[in-house]
Each structure stands twice: as structure tokens, then as C-alpha cells.
Write a protein that binds this ligand. Structure first.
Ligand code: ZN
Length: 411
């Protein structure tokens, strides 16, 4: 019987459009940076919707907002869904927000159909997922999961020197609720894919097996500065020349491995003068992959290439391992539930991986977790032209509704 119940796509669209007004940009995107006035207005609107649905609302010390649709047996572990409502500067209307508003839509649908589930259903809006104003991101979910320190996060500063703790207080969202209690029975996050796989495969529902493992490096190459005119080509210790060969090798190693991505995103050369041979290059590498052996191989290859190429050019190197997270494997039973729900709804689906990080990377460490992806038109995200059709938003919300109804009725 429950399989006949559907979310209300028009209401979902209306709420997405209403939320997109807070921080609306001229080019049709959204700048709703964490702990700004726009974020505050978005949060207040979310709370209005939750209260209209007669949800209990809790706000914790990180400003995470939880709306609760009570179950029949409140002693049972709850089912949680949600995402983030903050955006990148000139970001899109769907990244994060879809997962929050779809969760509200699930609750609206349950309530108007008078469906009482065994377990509480909790909608979560996690604070500062994007990490653009206060770095690192996933701050709210990280502290909630016990993986980041609340005291340290309160002290994070933005570029103007304002702290996370002060700004959270200023927008009126420094709460005190210890909520929700662990354990959770299950956690789901609906999100736009932010990549091209679903759109180019013409598939509606993506089922990521998990989130790939990120590994970050900071590398310094030291050569010797000298005159660009009077130093013969074969007598140079040119750090920038060594870098350019290393950069090519990094790309080639990732391409050869397949399913591993490697990016040099930042580079500074010194003294950065047109007629001086570069004595120093600093650069960063971001490597991500699902297959641990392949990713390890690419990393080993990169480290070896840096050492070999630099020494061939008489340069010294220092390699720092800046960050490494293990990949997040989602719960297989929940993945199956998503797959079956998509099938029953007549929606196409495919297994995949998430190359981007999400709040679920932390939540999954303390609960059974899984994500549902819907297509990003042209694979674009973190930009104003980010787009997902409302039909696909609705399809994802329907899959979420089915999964929540099943999970929250598990005994
Ligand atoms: Zn997001």
C-alpha cells in the first residue's frame, strides 16, 4: 500500500524556489554562505516549515537543526535524513538544499497521509558543509559524529577574522540540545550528483557505494635561482622545469590507472620573475580513488616520480602528506533498499561512487548510512548554472520516502 504514496512534486518545487530566494544571484545561482544573514533567513524558513508540519525542532551547539516526526515507539533508534543548506559563493540552488527540503517533503507527505511509522524520522540541516568561509567543511556533522572538536571549530576564523562561534551566536543559532541520541537506526542523504555520470547515462537514480578516499599532498621543489640570460641550458637547477615534468607524470599516472583522479590545484613559483630561473616551486596534489590498491599505486608512482625527476634536474624535494581519509563504504542493506525502491517506482538506477565529500562521510562512521543521487545537468555544480530537473528532484524524494518508510518500520 505504501508504495502508492508519492511526494508532492509541486510543493517540493515551490519550497526549493522559495529557499533559492535567500542569497539569490543575478545569474540564477545562490550565495548562501554559512552563518551569514542569508543562511539565517534560510534556517528560519526551514523551521517555519517544520513547525507547520508539527515537528519537534531541536538546535544543537553547532547550529545543526533537527526536525522530528515522532514515531509510534519513541524508544526505538530513529531514522535520519538531511543535508546542508549553505552554499558556495555563487553556488547552485540544489547542492545540499535538495536533501534538506526533500526531507521536509517526506515528512509533509507522511503527515498528510496520516502515516505513523514505528520509529522517529529526523530531518537534519547540518551547519557549514561547504567549508568555504570556515575551513574545514562538514563542520556540523563532523562535531556531531565526534570526529571534529567543537572547541576547535568555534575558533575557526573567516577572512575578516570573525570566529565561527561568534557568528553562530550572532545569527541566533547557537543551541544547546544534545540531539539526536545515538545510535541511529539508519541515515540517508539525497544529493545532486555534481558529476556527469547519471546525466550522460540517462539514468535517474545514482546509488553510490560510498565516498572515495581523498589524499592530499603539499610538495616543495628547491632548485637554484640564476640569471635567465647568462646561464647555459644544461647548467641549470630549474625547479619550475622539474615541476612541469612532474605535473605531466601525475596526470598520466591517474589516466593510466583509470578510476583515479589526480589534480594539481595550486602552484607558487619563486622568485616568480621573468628573467630569473625558478629556485622554488610549491604545489598541492589532490588524489582520489575508490579502489584502494589502484589509488595506493598512483600515490606511490607520484612520490617516486617527484623524487626521480627532481634529482635528474639537480633539485631537492620535500613531500608532506597533508590529509588522508579512508573511503566511506555505505551500508549494503541500505543500498539494496534504495535499488529496490527505485525499481518499484519504475525509475532507472545505477551503482556508482561519490568523488565529492558529503556530510555522510562523517555520519557513516557512527551509523548505517547511504546516499541517493539525482542527475546534475551537464555534470555542473558549485556554480550558478548548476541544474537538476524538478522531475528528477521529485524522483529522488520519492525514493527517499520509500526508504524512510521501510527503515522506520523495521522492528
Ligand atoms: Zn553538498
Amino acid at each position: 500500500m505504501n508504495q502508492k504514496i508519492r511526494i508532492n512534486q509541486k510543493r517540493l518545487q515551490r519550497r526549493l524556489e522559495e529557499m533559492a530566494m535567500f542569497g539569490k544571484t543575478a545569474a540564477g545561482g545562490v550565495s548562501r554562505i554559512a552563518l551569514t544573514e542569508e543562511d539565517k533567513l534560510g534556517r528560519e524558513t526551514l523551521i517555519t516549515w517544520l513547525k507547520e508540519e508539527q515537528c519537534e525542532v531541536h538546535i544543537d551547539a553547532m547550529g545543526n537543526i533537527f526536525g522530528v516526526y515522532p514515531g509510534k515507539n519513541r524508544a526505538l533508534a530513529p531514522v535520519l535524513t538531511g543535508s546542508h543548506n549553505d552554499t558556495q559563493p555563487k553556488g547552485g540552488r540544489f547542492d545540499g538544499t535538495l536533501g534538506v527540503i526533500a526531507g521536509v517533503e517526506v515528512i509533509s507527505t507522511l503527515r498528510e497521509n496520516s502515516i505513523k511509522l514505528e520509529r522517529d524520522v529526523i530531518l537534519a540541516n547540518w551547519t557549514n558543509e561547504e567549508g568555504t568561509r570556515f575551513t574545514p567543511g562538514c563542520t556540523g556533522s563532523g562535531v556531531w559524529s565526534g570526529k571534529l572538536s567543537q572547541e576547535e571549530m568555534y575558533l575557526l576564523k573567516d577572512q575578516e577574522g570573525k570566529t565561527f562561534g561568534e557568528e553562530l551566536e550572532k545569527i541566533g543559532f547557537k543551541g544547546s540540545a544534545q540531539y539526536p541520541p545515538l545510535p541511529l537506526h539508519a541515515a540517508f542523504e539525497l544529493h545532486v550528483e555534481q558529476g556527469p555520470v547519471l546525466d550522460s547515462s540517462d539514468v535517474t537514480i545514482g546509488i553510490p557505494e560510498g565516498i572515495v578516499s581523498p589524499r592530499w599532498y603539499d610538495v616543495d621543489i628547491y632548485g637554484e635561482a640564476n640569471h635567465a640570460g647568462s646561464t647555459p641550458m644544461l647548467c641549470r637547477q630549474d625547479a619550475l622545469y622539474a615541476f612541469s615534468k612532474i605535473h605531466q607524470r601525475i596526470r598520466d599516472l591517474a589516466v593510466e590507472a583509470g578510476e583515479v583522479v589526480a589534480t594539481v590545484g595550486q602552484i607558487t613559483a619563486s622568485p616568480n620573475s621573468r628573467n630569473v630561473i625558478a629556485s622554488h616551486v610549491h604545489f598541492t596534489i589532490d588524489v582520489r580513488g575508490w579502489d584502494v590498491a589502484k589509488t595506493d599505486n598512483v600515490c606511490a608512482g607520484i612520490e617516486e616520480a617527484i623524487a626521480t625527476i627532481a634529482s635528474a634536474d639537480q633539485c631537492q624535494v620535500e613531500i608532506e602528506h597533508t590529509w588522508r581519509e579512508d573511503r566511506a563504504d555505505f551500508d549494503q542493506a541500505l543500498l539494496k533498499q534504495i535499488e529496490e525502491s527505485a525499481n518499484q517506482l519504475g525509475l532507472t538506477s545505477m551503482r556508482m561512487y561519490s568523488g565529492a565529500s558529503h556530510d555522510m562521510i562523517y555520519i557513516n562512521q557512527v551509523a548505517r548510512g547511504a546516499m541517493i543521487f539525482v542527475p546534475s545537468v551537464g555534470g555542473k555544480s558549485h556554480t550558478e548554472i548548476e541544474e537538476t530537473s524538478y522531475a528528477d528532484c521529485g524522483a529522488g524524494a520519492d525514493v527517499l520516502l520509500q526508504c524512510i518508510m521501510k527503515s522506520a518500520n523495521d522492528l
